[in-house]
Design a protein around this ligand. Structure first.
Ligand SMILES: NC(=O)c1ccc[n+]([C@@H]2O[C@H](COP(=O)([O-])OP(=O)(O)OC[C@H]3O[C@@H](n4cnc5c(N)ncnc54)[C@H](OP(=O)(O)O)[C@@H]3O)[C@@H](O)[C@H]2O)c1
Length: 271
């Protein structure tokens, strides 16, 4: 599948990489080659991301930075100040991608309010691209009706070999919308999978890299997290791996709808 999106296909998750240890992990990742970094207002990693970018000595333009507006900041009064605070914490003038982290449960905050605020953040130059996270098809359809066909660059959702979201995947393909796979390694659990290990071995990479290569082969962006240089390198190696059609089918068969992230505020999922 041809990859056609402004988002670099392999990025770095930052959940849990806080403080000085987080900055060190980020600097190691930058040294390995990661340039696309995923943070969020709720992770407490925006300051680590900003510090790592500055300490790397590389120009800001080399990086693709994503942050997400927390569900507690969706109301009109909080939205834009929260985005300005994110930019201040990151120490940059604008992010590359700004996402709505979760839709407002039961439309507690009216959908139009925060989606129009998201579009306004782009118009103000606070972000280059906009997108959403944890949006089911119904909310993607509402987004399309409100903002138009190609307004958003991605929907960031839980996707990994055990949770492949076929309904959402097929919908996204029909709309040419890129999905970003979060928790793509099932918190490292894919490492023990015999099918992925065998495929990885055939390509001279780890089971985790085989999982990432599969997800990228499906056309998704992947944002695995790690603090270990060896794992960061192993995951980055996925960029050079292309699975055969037969291998893609083998990994597709691992899907069992195993959703890991399902808090009470979750929308009605499609898969
Ligand atoms: N939008 C959302 O609602 C949402 C929700 C969840 C996550 N996310 C984003 O997605 C990112 C990734 O998800 P995640 O961090 O939850 O999980 P993940 O990327 O699936 O797994 C990360 C864990 O796997 C381990 N790991 C990494 N590479 C490995 C390898 N090659 N072999 C074995 N273990 C390995 C890491 O430990 P080591 O440090 O020891 O390597 C780390 O503990 C997050 O950091 C966050 O940016 C977004």
């Amino acid at each position: 599948m041809t990859y056609n999106s402004p988002i670099p296909q392999l990025g770095l998750g930052t959940f849990g990489r806080t403080g000085e240890a987080g900055i060190e992990a980020l600097l190691t990742a930058i040294e390995v080659g990661y340039r696309h970094i995923d943070t969020a207002q709720s992770y407490d990693t925006e300051s680590s991301v900003g510090a790592a970018i500055r300490r790397s000595g590389l120009p800001r333009g080399d990086f693709f930075v994503t942050t997400k507006v927390a569900d507690t900041n969706l109301d009109r009064a909080s939205f834009m100040p929260s985005v300005e605070k994110s930019l201040e914490t990151l120490g940059i003038d604008r992010v590359d991608l700004l996402l709505i982290h979760w839709p407002s449960q039961h439309d507690f905050v009216p959908f139009e309010d925060y989606m129009l605020a998201l579009a306004e953040a782009k118009a103000k130059g606070f972000t280059k691209h906009i997108g959403v996270s944890n949006f089911p098809i119904a909310d993607l359809e509402r987004t399309r009706a409100l903002l138009g066909d190609d307004a958003i660059a991605t929907d960031q959702v839980e996707i990994h070999p055990y949770m492949q979201t076929p309904k959402l995947r097929d919908y996204a393909r029909s709309r040419r919308l890129t999905l970003t796979a979060y928790q793509p390694l099932v918190k490292g659990k894919v490492h023990d999978d015999p099918v992925l290990a065998a495929i990885g071995k055939a390509h001279g990479v780890s089971a985790a890299a085989a999982a990432l290569a599969f997800l990228m082969g499906e056309g998704h962006v992947v944002i695995p997290a790690s603090s270990s240089k060896a794992n960061l390198e192993a995951n980055f190696a996925a960029l050079g791996v292309r699975l055969t059609d037969a291998e893609m089918d083998q990994v597709r068969a691992l899907n069992r709808g195993d959703r890991r992230i399902n808090p009470a505020k979750s929308p009605r999922w499609d898969d």
